[in-house]
Write a protein that binds this ligand. Structure first.
Ligand SMILES: Cc1cc2nc3c(=O)[nH]c(=O)nc-3n(C[C@H](O)[C@H](O)[C@H](O)COP(=O)(O)O)c2cc1C
Length: 210
């Protein structure tokens, strides 16, 4: 059986997907559950996860992604959309969810609610956007690793026009912003990139034990 490190060495940012191969609904469900189970600051999950299969939409998204072929050729496209701004409602909704799931009262959670509000609500929108986008990137990292563990190829992608994505997917109207994209599927045997040795700094260069 492959170890986690074998799988992380196996994975690479896939440039050419085999468009005839589809990720099964069971594997897709594993990926989406891994997204949902990803840790986030305070547990707020300030993002929404879009799974795009529709061919017409993907043709439009490819044009908004510097014509990168992964957008149309991968099995599925996952768009991680962060909340570029938010108010106390986002925190109140989260508190309601904790109350329902853990059977707690509003009073039980008042301190936690105030901590989140005092830390987050006065941030300028640029900081709110950065913070929620950072949370979405944690989902991205988790997805890449989980996909590798179950033998699914991915390409994380920042090479796209956010404004155009927001327009095509109707994200702005929902208070969302396209943060980062993950193409998922299966590598084409013709993708030469899979044979390239990994370029990484050595442990000595990048890790310091203190
Ligand atoms: C946030 C992020 C954005 C990326 N954007 C793109 C992209 O738009 N197109 C692409 O082909 N690769 C993209 N990559 C892939 C990186 O170039 C690749 O992960 C890196 O060179 C390391 O190689 P490896 O993933 O194959 O090991 C992106 C990677 C990350 C993590």
């Amino acid at each position: 059986m492959n170890t986690l490190l074998d799988n992380l060495n196996w994975r690479y940012a896939t440039k050419k997907f085999d468009s005839s191969k589809k990720v099964s609904s069971e594997n897709l469900n594993t990926l989406l559950e891994a997204s949902r189970l990803t840790a986030s600051s305070y547990g707020l999950q300030p993002y929404h996860i879009y799974v795009i299969e529709n061919a017409d939409i993907r043709t439009q998204l490819r044009k908004a992604s510097y014509d990168q072929p992964q957008i149309t050729d991968a099995s599925h496209i996952i768009v991680l959309a962060n909340k570029p701004t938010f108010d106390g409602t986002m925190i109140d909704d989260y508190i309601q969810n904790i109350m329902a799931i853990r059977g707690l009262s509003k009073d039980d959670l008042e301190g936690f609610s105030q901590t989140m509000k005092s830390t987050l609500l006065d941030l300028p929108d640029t900081q709110k956007n950065l913070w929620t986008s950072n949370q979405a990137y944690i989902v991205l990292g988790n997805l890449i690793t989980v996909a590798a563990e179950i033998g699914i190829d991915t390409c994380p992608m920042e090479g796209f026009d956010k404004e155009q994505y927001n327009e095509i997917l109707g994200l702005s109207d929902k208070g969302l912003n396209a943060a980062v994209v993950l193409a998922v599927g299966y590598r084409s045997s013709e993708d030469e990139t899979q044979n390239y040795p990994k370029v990484r700094y050595s442990k000595e260069q990048i890790i310091t034990h203190i």
